[in-house]
Design a protein around this ligand. Structure first.
Ligand SMILES: [Zn+2]
Length: 208
């Protein structure tokens, strides 16, 4: 990508003013080059998200994806993503997707990690080690929700804030997460996009 001299000078001034750095020409080019790559990637990701949003309007239940490997947005495991699923609650492995569909986990906790804790979270955030957590579950002090695999064994255990806030002495609710705010942003971009397309179609009609 070719960047105009004016833009480069603008960038040089920004670096000077905001970061107190004097860049030589080579450094300036390097910064500009990484920034355009970075924003190019962001723009590409955003346009994929907008495309998915528009497709979800037509297919609200989402769609199946058969990927060799990937990371489930719910359990966070890097695993075979055969028979995985994408919908407005994220890209999920087949076990997490099934648990959601069967109501083992509510949809409302999917896009907000503050609404759920893994065994690791319990240890990091509350100092409750896995064995302690298991015995607290047996005593019904903690409530666990267990996502099963095809063999009927535990694939992933999750502790919902709404089930455990009293025992953990935390708030029942949390503010919207970055993912939830981003979803709203994507919805706005998609609306803008639809409006632009409608306007273009209208002006084409008017020109005929
Ligand atoms: Zn999963």
């Amino acid at each position: 990508m070719k960047i105009s001299k004016e833009r480069l000078e603008e960038l040089r001034q920004i670096c000077k003013k905001d970061f107190n750095t004097d860049l030589n020409d080579q450094e300036l080019h390097d910064v500009a080059f990484s920034l355009t790559g970075y924003y190019g990637t962001l723009a590409k990701m955003a346009s994929e998200d907008i495309e998915n949003f528009l497709r979800l309007e037509k297919e609200p239940d989402g769609w199946a994806i058969n990927a060799e490997w990937g990371t489930c947005s719910f359990c966070g495991l890097y695993m075979s993503m055969k028979e995985s699923w994408f919908d407005k609650f994220g890209y999920k492995c087949k076990f997490c997707q099934r648990a959601l569909k069967e109501g083992v986990i509510p949809n409302s906790v999917c896009r907000n990690k503050g609404r759920r804790f893994s065994f690791d979270d319990l240890k990091d955030m509350f100092g409750i080690h896995q064995n302690t957590a298991r015995s607290l579950v047996r005593k019904s002090d903690l409530k666990a929700r267990v996502i099963l695999n095809d063999a009927g064994k535990a694939h992933f255990t999750v502790f919902l804030r709404e089930d455990n806030y009293q025992f953990l002495k935390i708030d029942k609710d949390v503010p919207p997460s970055e993912s939830e705010e981003y979803d709203q942003q994507v919805a706005k971009w998609a609306e803008d996009y639809k409006q632009r397309v409608a306007e273009q179609n209208q002006s084409k009609k008017n020109n005929c």
